[in-house]
Design a protein around this ligand. Structure first.
Ligand code: NAI
Length: 247
């Protein structure tokens, strides 16, 4: 029995990588999938992929840093489907540099997308979820947000911040029937790793007790679990999905 039957699930950054794998997994679990991303053609393609898996799906071009657009998309989803059951705050970027080299532009951009974007989307859906008396918000953190990482001042701060959101909203929204959790993946084979040299990737793999990078589907399955009633008592948690890697 599909675990997310007819759950209206909005996924940001759903055009590729972990977001796309999550959209596809949610489609297989029976969800109504709302695909959101900044890349118009990839949004269409991902939406079609979900439909091909038998799901109802709709695509929206959405930049999570654009609050007016976030509100507009949430309104359109509510007008069309009547509710939002699950929000997966997956959109995220990196712009790496050591502390002494990092520009303010690099700092601001990563905080804008990874932290402020999560705030925008969560605030935009919260009223509807409270009215429904139910909902699930899932936030993309990272092992880098837990342990820090060389060259990732901005990214580590944003992902640590997301854990702060998760803990706070689980307290504020838990009493309203809404669960809020974070997933902290290790290193997962997606385009986001494109800037990391092959040698460093090989070293990373060596340090993972399971001996390899994660696959996007292995994060998607955790999002599906957390979104489902199988996780009905999981709230305010940060679930590390890293093959045992400690950065
Ligand atoms: P990715 O780079 O493959 O995909 C990210 C998606 O987000 C892209 O489709 C991109 O167009 C979209 N996006 C970027 N900026 C956006 C914006 N302003 N508004 C809406 N969409 C936007 O990345 P990946 O690897 O799939 O990562 C997904 C999430 O998981 C990110 O939050 C990332 O930080 C996190 N993560 C990834 C890890 C990895 O090793 N791949 C490890 C830990 C966390």
């Amino acid at each position: 029995m599909p675990r997310l039957q007819n759950k209206v699930s909005l996924i940001t950054g759903a055009a590729q990588g972990i977001g796309l794998a999550t959209a596809r997994r949610f489609a297989q679990e029976g969800a109504i999938v709302i695909v959101c991303d900044i890349k118009p053609e990839a949004v269409e393609d991902a939406t079609r992929q979900c439909q091909a898996l038998g799901a109802q799906a709709a695509g929206f071009v959405l930049d999570v840093t654009d609050r007016a657009r976030v509100d507009e998309v949430v309104k359109q989803v509510l007008d069309r489907f009547g509710r939002i059951d699950v929000l997966v705050n997956n959109a995220g970027i990196t712009q790496d540099a050591r502390l002494q080299k990092m520009t303010l532009e690099q700092f601001d951009r990563v905080i804008d997308v990874n932290l402020r974007g999560v705030f925008h989307c969560s605030q935009a859906v919260a009223d509807a979820m409270v009215r429904q008396g139910s909902g699930v918000i899932l936030n993309a953190s990272s092992v880098v947000g837990v342990y820090g990482n060389f060259g990732q001042t901005n990214y580590a701060a944003s992902k640590f911040g997301v854990i702060g959101f998760t803990k706070t909203w689980s307290r504020e929204l838990g009493p309203k029937g809404i669960r809020v959790n974070a997933v902290a993946p290790g290193f997962v084979a997606t385009p986001i790793l494109g800037t990391i040299p092959d040698k460093v990737i090989a070293e990373l793999e060596h340090r993972v007790p399971l001996g390899r990078l994660g696959q996007p589907e292995e994060i998607a399955s955790v999002y599906a679990f957390l979104a489902s009633d199988d996780a009905s008592y999981v709230n305010g948690a940060v679930l590390e999905v890293s093959g045992g890697l400690v950065v």
